[in-house]
Design a binder for this molecule. Structure first.
Ligand code: FES
Ligand code: FES
Length: 157
């Protein structure tokens, strides 16, 4: 007997169909079935934040979210941030500040920053640090990432 369930959800504005096992994570479904590999599989146990996506506007760990629980949800991934070749402001700020080294943490960081700025358009440095505290970066020492977010705040209209 099949244990697969068909679900649909919206990812980056497009309705997507998935056939998932009860234990399939959102991260695995997106990467393995839809080819959306922007969200990274780092620790795969909820610690590093590399798998972060937005679910109904809030950051969630893709590796801890069951796909079946996301039926009907609106998911945003890093693939949906830019408008064609036009980078989102926060992506451009990361580039301008050289806040990307290996880039493994970057998709998760960008989505957390998107959610942070939506809730708090002018965060202080401490609020930026606090907002990013659930996402680990093994390369950068965080300084340039915080600088990038601060710059995108200062340059916002
Ligand atoms: S891969 Fe999900 S938190 Fe590390
Ligand atoms: S840039 Fe390499 S983990 Fe953050």
């Amino acid at each position: 007997m099949s244990t697969q369930t068909d679900i649909s959800l919206t990812i980056n504005g497009a309705e997507r169909a998935l056939s998932v096992e009860p234990w399939t994570t959102l991260l695995d479904a997106m990467r393995d079935q839809l080819g959306l590999t922007g969200a990274k599989r780092g620790c795969n146990q909820g610690v590093c934040g590399a798998c972060t996506v937005l679910r109904d506007g809030r950051p969630v760990r893709g590796c801890l979210s069951l796909a079946i629980d996301c039926a009907g949800a609106e998911i945003a991934t890093v693939e949906g941030l830019s408008d064609g070749n036009q980078l989102a402001a926060v992506q451009q700020a990361f580039l301008d500040a050289s806040a990307v080294q290996c880039g493994f943490c970057t998709p998760g960081m960008l989505l957390v920053v998107q959610a942070l700025l939506r809730e708090n358009p002018r965060p202080s440095i401490d609020e930026i640090r606090c907002g990013l505290s659930g996402n680990l970066c093994r390369c950068s020492g965080y300084r340039k990432i915080v600088d990038a977010v601060a710059a995108s705040v200062t340059s916002a209209p």
